[in-house]
Write a protein that binds this ligand. Structure first.
Ligand code: ARG
Length: 274
């Protein structure tokens, strides 16, 4: 009998195990047929040094806003891609792109031959030029006059380049700051005699900080500059999408509407592609 009992238990056990497995395997197909999980849409991470109004800055709620943000958002909508803006200090911005931490950069970045060596740019989306800011009582009337003065610039910008060229590479009168607003603060407090930066930013600062009592000085010796959106070198897939989106917002008036919102009137004829 004990043999029969053992055999019975063994068979019963096998049946139980079989039923349990069957129940388990049934669970899967019985689950409500969910829609096949859509691959999560790629979100392109956009680096921007958000201390450069009116192109990019942070509002009271900490949101990144500005002309560049609206242009890239409009381009993304046309191109059918998703973007997320991440505040990125200027000094590390190109590295963050090269390392893959950012997929693209929009930061009032001037397209230069040197930068073209290490990244790719879209067609130009904005024309700019350097502009000098000085205190209202300053005798400065032209760029040359800065030769013997203390001049503030944002490190690694085209403003830094032109000032370094005029004053000389090792001249300690070139005062480099982490951000353009910091350089302008220093001008207000008298630590520097002038600041050289992009016209849009200098004009915006002077117009919005009347207590700083600045004036601007332009100089025809400054080369015209054009801003582009940067992607990693060879990322033609993204570059093509951005260029197509840019062409589309130029064609349908979206670009002009954004430009007018920030600068009061539509831009002169679009910059020739270079
Ligand atoms: N256009 C200048 C350059 O490319 C200055 C850009 C600075 N941009 C910024 N968001 N801080 O060098």
């Amino acid at each position: 009998t004990s043999l029969n009992t053992r055999r019975f238990l063994k068979v019963a056990g096998l049946i139980a195990a079989g039923l349990w497995l069957a129940a388990c395997s049934k669970q899967e197909p019985a689950a409500p047929a969910a829609a096949p999980a859509a691959a999560p849409a790629k979100v392109y991470v956009v680096g921007t040094d958000a201390a450069y109004a009116p192109f990019e800055s942070q509002n009271e709620r900490g949101e990144i806003v500005g002309f560049d943000i609206e242009v890239v958002s409009a381009i993304a909508a046309k191109a059918g891609i998703e973007v997320r803006f991440v505040n990125t200090p200027w000094e590390g911005i190109f590295n963050s792109l090269a390392q893959g931490d950012r997929d693209l950069l929009v930061s009032a970045i001037t397209i230069t031959e040197e930068r073209r060596q290490s990244m790719d740019f879209t067609a130009p989306y904005f024309d700019a030029v350097q502009l000098i800011a000085v205190r209202q009582n300053s005798p400065v009337t032209k760029f040359e006059d800065l030769k013997t003065l203390k001049v503030g610039v944002q490190t690694g910008t085209t403003g830094d380049e032109v000032v370094t060229q005029l004053l000389g590479k090792d001249n300690t009168n070139v005062r480099r700051f982490e951000s353009t607003p910091l350089a302008l603060k220093e001008l207000e407090s008298g630590g520097v005699d002038a600041v050289v930066a992009d016209n849009g930013v200098v004009n915006h600062y002077v117009a919005n900080n009347s207590t700083a009592a600045f004036k601007t000085v332009s100089d025809t010796s400054f080369e015209p500059e054009q801003y582009g959106i940067a992607v990693r070198k060879g990322n033609t897939e993204l570059l093509d999408k951005l260029n197509q989106g840019l062409a589309a917002i130029r064609a349908d008036g979206t670009y002009d509407a954004i430009y007018t919102k920030y600068f009061g009137a539509p831009a002169a004829a679009p910059a020739a592609s270079n």
